[in-house]
Design a protein around this ligand. Structure first.
Ligand code: 13P
Length: 355
């Protein structure tokens, strides 16, 4: 059984404003010559050494940053493994290229480390769509329910949670809670929540947030593309709408989708997630054909064009500046951090028991 959170958050304006702010930064970051790019790359490598820092990047960031992370002993991954790597690596300084909740998760787990990001305004529409005060009021109305929040939330929202999950482990955690007879509040992603609810049959009350990128994938256009490529496997991130997930051969986290490209026998893949992932997919399977799943983006109506504007804010220029000047540090009020640590640590401990 599932039910809808009521009232549903309607936060289009803050999300639109954040996208506009991202656009300005993206233009500055992209305006860069080949020489400047080479100089910045060299400088960042020096600075990472000088500061004893390691670069941790998400699969949705630009290929430039992913290559830099790989070349410098850093790490490129999904949100769960980014958290794991940041905790296990001995470096006392982490530079997190991704969106802000990823930097915050690193700080919550590692208060003794310094965490920098290229731009602290790298938002996430799921995070924006779940303000802590409204979420707390909602939880207060349902004190009998276990509170499970997706990693794509603020530290304040995590501080209210019993569990934090990522897409890579959400099914296992919810199944575990269902087996204990728990009723659940799930926030913020309605599509992932709905998918997990259907797979597990758990009793979940869903917050009505969504990711602007995944929410825009369209089942009708995807069906047409599938007809043109009948042998293609369809890979879908579970933040996508239910009718898109229904067409998938594989539903999985970013890591899961890259593994599928590498291991499935198909020659062609239609991919419904942020197209930043294509960099690693091409490395994993250089001879395979990768097609973007269609979204509502046609010309001017394209909100995301299958790429997160906030991920794209991470560039070489602002990464070099953050390292050079030690700016854009993630700082979290200790009282909030301590509370948010509990559900994230619970996730990490649970993940360690899973194969
Ligand atoms: P993953 O944990 O699958 O990398 O997803 C993170 C994310 O933010 C997807 O939009």
């Amino acid at each position: 059984m599932s039910a809808l959170a009521n009232p549903a958050p309607v936060l289009e304006k803050p999300i639109d404003d954040a996208i506009r702010r991202a656009d300005d930064v993206i233009l500055q970051q992209r305006n860069i010559s080949a020489d400047e790019k080479a100089e910045l790359t060299t400088r960042i490598k020096q600075l990472l050494k000088q500061r004893n820092a390691v670069l941790v990047a998400h699969y949705y960031t630009s290929a430039d940053l992913q290559i830099l992370a790989d070349e410098t002993g850093g790490f490129v991954s999904d949100s769960l493994d980014m958290a794991r790597f940041g905790t296990e690596h001995p470096a006392q300084t982490l530079v997190v290229a991704g969106v802000r909740f990823m930097g915050e998760t690193a700080k919550i787990l590692n208060p003794e480390k310094r965490i920098f990001m290229p731009d602290l305004n790298a938002e996430c529409s799921l995070d924006i769509g779940c303000p802590a005060d409204e979420f707390n009021a909602f939880c207060d109305q349902h004190p009998d329910r276990t509170v499970v929040v997706y990693a794509n939330t603020s530290a304040e929202v995590k501080a209210r949670a019993d569990w934090v999950v990522t897409s890579g482990i959400a099914l296992k955690v919810i199944q575990h809670l269902k087996d204990q007879g728990k009723k659940i509040i799930w926030a913020p992603d309605k599509h992932l929540g709905n998918y997990v609810q259907q797979q597990t049959g758990a009793d979940m009350l869903l917050w009505q947030g969504s990711c602007v990128i995944h929410d825009a994938f369209k089942a009708s256009a995807l069906k047409k593309l599938m007809q043109q490529h009948p042998d293609a496997a369809v890979l879908v991130h579970p933040e996508s709408p239910e009718d898109v997930i229904a067409l998938a051969d594989v539903v999985g986290s970013t890591t899961g989708l890259i593994k599928a490209v590498a291991t499935m026998p198909n020659q062609t893949f239609i991919v419904a997630t942020d197209n930043g992932i294509f960099h690693k997919m091409k490395l994993a399977a250089p001879d395979k054909t990768l097609l973007e799943a269609p979204n509502e983006g046609v010309g001017a109506t394209c909100i995301s064009c299958a790429h997160c504007p906030w991920m794209e804010m991470n560039g070489l220029k602002n990464l070099a500046q953050a390292l050079e000047n030690e700016t854009n540090e993630i700082l979290i009020e200790e009282n909030i951090r301590k509370k948010a640590y509990i559900p994230i640590k619970r996730l990490m401990d649970f993940a360690a028991t899973q194969t």
